[in-house]
Design a protein around this ligand. Structure first.
Ligand code: H2P
Length: 755
């Protein structure tokens, strides 16, 4: 394929001009066109059994580089552009990032689609096409402000299939319009991401300069936003409308596929597997049963088939995320499901007389309970998480169905998280161990023998330095912030949540700030970087963002402290940003309260790019710790058993720590100090202070001292650059296990059984 000629021809046909005269935007659009054509001609992956990965989120990120890479034409395009004095990065700046996800859950779904196609397994993603995404985060007066994120442009990766599926709500009928995107694997074959939408949705109903809209008007608002505000009943009901819309259209489409293949619906489980990603798509179970019955199966047959078709992944033990809907919601939104859910509840009651495993309890429908009873598999997403599910959170279910429970430790696609975002490091690895690791990631282990080699250490440090400089340029352009590539880049990027403990990081930074004010001179300057969106209705999370932004300015204004310390909060943290931040990181902050972070996936991305983890023994950190050994990681904090016991006994009180430890008291009180209040909002800072001093539900204070000490140790270790580089290489070498290709191979062997 002559890429230069293809691009030339496109320039002429699209713009009637020579390629050399095209603007970056024109080049992006012509590359989009060429890539879409190449993908349109790629063969579909087929088989006599197919997976549908159904999910509320798919955080796919920009697609141009990734698609070029998987089509095998990345280098050619890069070279043509280089000949014109341009880079792919410049061109990709034009591409809007699809706003179809929130955090790790959605990004995992996207990594999985990449690996499913790469392993040539027939499997499509099924989701919704949110016009205005999650939201666009802006900082105003040092606070998060939410704005719509209109990511859809006239030309995009979306295709219109022209297909519609009727969805019957209790009070109205609508038509789900199916859009699609090609998902190309590394071997050049493709699956699809199938996204349902509603033509009557009207972006103009959103009030200007906000994300507020009339939540009652479902025909106009249904697919406007991902996770609409659920702080009131209409908002919660809107989420149920979205969920039923997704599963009803999805189940109809699946049955249509089955019929098109002339497969027998009575044996649908021989041909179809549906992976339910968290509880948002759980209603697919009763909906599939309903549709199978409409197609002539008896209730018993439909239930038996559905239980063999569906598999459920649990991504969290947080009660707030295990959805429960009042049955009157379902009565209103999808009344046709209620008789089936009642039947399922009755079957569940026959299987187990334990009231805790019932689906309907006090007129509330427990979605996860329905998933576990009527799926063939329930998996957690890291070893410790699955153990906690079995031993405590879902213990009653584990006793009932031990054979259903299994672990699938998460993974990440190395195509995006190494090859595309860190070509320098990829090239270096290839120069040492060849390119076999791109197909079999475990081959990265061969790097271990270079860890102690001073020449290699110099080389990885030089690459890290280059990525830090790239990040500095990126942040300057994107946000006008200047950072110092000579400093330690200490980074925490993830959804904002108290259990992830961004507030503990903040308190530790306050400590460093105060020490510097008191005369301490750090050996290395530190740049602490945060990136996080807070759910619009999660007040305390927004208070934490406010406190970070206030502290950031406070330190910047201080002549002495700013010489040694800078705090940056990246605005509108997204996949694009992550692709710049992660390769540039020295320290990966993974500091969740042990037992609470199911897995984490940024921890894997960071280690693969040579950052060293500073974290608790939680989620996949436990497996990282095991793989790299004590010498290549910084672990602190109480363990998960201790945390679980505190919750059981309800004996954790922050007041006890504050009474004993005057230093901790001082740090917490600093939140409402004159200095902070001078720049910040007293109500917001006061609320945060009050919460930490009286509740601290996710125990930031329990680990604060050990965290601060461990962080200092990490900074001290960094000063010995050879030793540090050795840790970097050891981390990269151990990262092979975390390829999503490995995760997907395990899902397939143990759950999906696709050929
Ligand atoms: C969640 C969990 C993470 C996990 C991810 C994917 C819900 O993501 O909390 O621990 O790695 O799913 O399984 P997040 O918090 O980033 O939204």
């Amino acid at each position: 394929m002559n890429m230069e000629k293809m691009m030339q021809d496109k320039a002429v046909s699209m713009y009637g001009s020579d390629l050399s005269n095209c603007s970056n935007e024109q080049i992006y659009l012509l590359l989009l066109d060429i890539t879409k054509d190449l993908m349109a001609n790629a063969p579909l992956i087929e088989g006599d059994r197919k997976l549908y990965y159904i999910s509320a989120e798919f955080l796919i990120g920009k697609l141009l580089s990734n698609n070029l890479l998987n089509l095998g034409v990345y280098d050619q395009v890069r070279d043509v552009l280089a000949g014109m004095g341009k880079t792919l990065a410049e061109i990709e700046e034009i591409e809007p990032e699809p706003s179809l996800g929130n955090g790790g859950l959605g990004r995992l779904a996207a990594c999985f689609l990449d690996s499913i196609a790469t392993l040539e397994l027939p499997g499509d993603g099924v989701g919704l096409n949110y016009h205005l995404g999650l939201f666009h985060q802006k900082f105003e007066n040092r606070k998060q402000k939410e704005l719509p994120d209109p990511w859809m442009t006239a030309q995009s990766w979306l295709n219109d299939t022209g297909k519609y599926y009727p969805v019957h709500f209790g009070n109205m009928d609508v038509e789900a319009h199916l859009k699609s995107m090609d998902v190309i694997g590394y071997t050049g074959k493709k699956n699809q991401l199938l996204l349902f939408d509603l033509d009557t949705v009207t972006e103009a109903i959103v009030e200007s300069d906000s994300i507020n809209f009339d939540k009652n008007d479902v025909k106009e608002n249904l697919t406007l936003f991902l996770y609409p505000d659920d702080s009131d009943e209409v908002g919660r009901k809107l989420r149920v409308y979205q969920q039923y819309f997704l599963v009803s259209a999805g189940a109809q489409m699946i049955l249509e596929d089955v019929k098109a293949h002339s497969w027998d619906l009575k044996n649908i489980s021989d041909h179809v597997v549906i992976q339910i990603n968290d509880t948002h798509p759980s209603m697919v179970i009763p909906e599939l049963i309903r549709l199978l019955m409409e197609n002539g199966l008896s209730l018993e047959e439909a239930v038996a088939q559905t239980e063999k078709v569906c598999a459920y992944t649990n991504h969290t033990i947080l009660a707030e995320a295990l959805e429960k809907w009042p049955s009157h919601f379902i009565e209103q939104v999808a009344p046709q499901l209620m008789p089936i859910i009642r039947e399922l509840d009755a079957i569940a009651a026959k299987r187990d007389d334990n009231p805790k495993t019932r689906i309907i309890q006090n007129d509330i429908i427990h979605m996860a309970n329905m998933d576990i009873h009527f799926s063939k598999s329930t998996n957690g997403v890291a070893k410790i998480h699955t153990d906690i599910l079995k031993d405590t959170e879902l213990h009653d279910f584990y006793r009932l169905y031990p054979e259903k429970f299994n672990n699938k430790t998460n993974g990440i696609t190395f195509r995006r998280w190494l090859q595309a975002c860190n070509p320098q490091l990829t090239k270096w690895i290839i120069s040492k161990i060849g390119d076999g690791f791109l197909k079999d990631s475990i081959e990265l282990e061969a790097l271990k023998k270079y860890a102690a080699d001073p020449e290699c250490q110099k080389e990885v440090l030089a690459i890290k330095r280059e990525k830090k400089e790239e990040l500095a340029v990126f942040l300057k352009n994107r946000q006008g912030v200047e950072i110092d590539p000579n400093s330690i880049f200490d980074i925490q990027v993830k959804r904002l949540h108290e259990y992830k403990r961004q507030q503990m990081n903040l308190l530790s930074v306050i400590n460093l700030y105060q020490e510097i004010k008191n005369g301490y001179v750090p050996e290395e300057k530190v740049t602490v970087i945060f990136g996080a969106k807070a759910a619009p209705a999660y007040i305390l999370a927004k208070d934490i963002i406010h406190a970070i932004l206030v502290l950031s300015d406070l330190i910047a204004k201080d002549e002495v402290a700013s010489k040694y310390l800078q705090v940056v909060m990246v605005e509108n943290y997204d996949v694009t940003c992550a692709e710049k931040l992660i390769p540039a990181a020295d320290i990966s902050e993974q500091i969740s309260l042990a037992s609470k972070e199911a897995s984490g996936t940024s921890n894997m991305k960071f280690m693969l790019n040579g950052a060293v983890t500073l974290g608790t023994d939680d989620g996949a950190n436990v497996e990282i710790h095991h793989l790299v050994g004590d010498d290549n990681i910084f672990i602190f904090g109480v363990d998960s058993d201790t945390v679980i016991k505190h919750y059981e006994k309800a004996d954790y009180h922050p007041q006890d720590i504050l009474a004993q430890d005057s230093k901790v008291r001082e740090l917490v009180d600093f939140l409402v100090s004159e200095e902070m209040i001078a720049l910040g909002d007293q109500t917001s800072l006061g609320r945060l202070h009050h919460d930490i001093t009286t509740k601290d539900w996710f125990m930031a204070l329990i680990d604060l001292e050990s965290y601060m000490n461990c962080r200092k140790e990490a900074y001290a270790a960094y000063a010995d650059q050879n030793r540090w580089a050795q840790m970097m290489i050891n981390n990269i070498a151990a990262a092979g296990f975390f390829s999503s290709d490995r995760t997907i191979a395990q899902y397939n062997e143990e759950i999906w059984k696709l050929k």
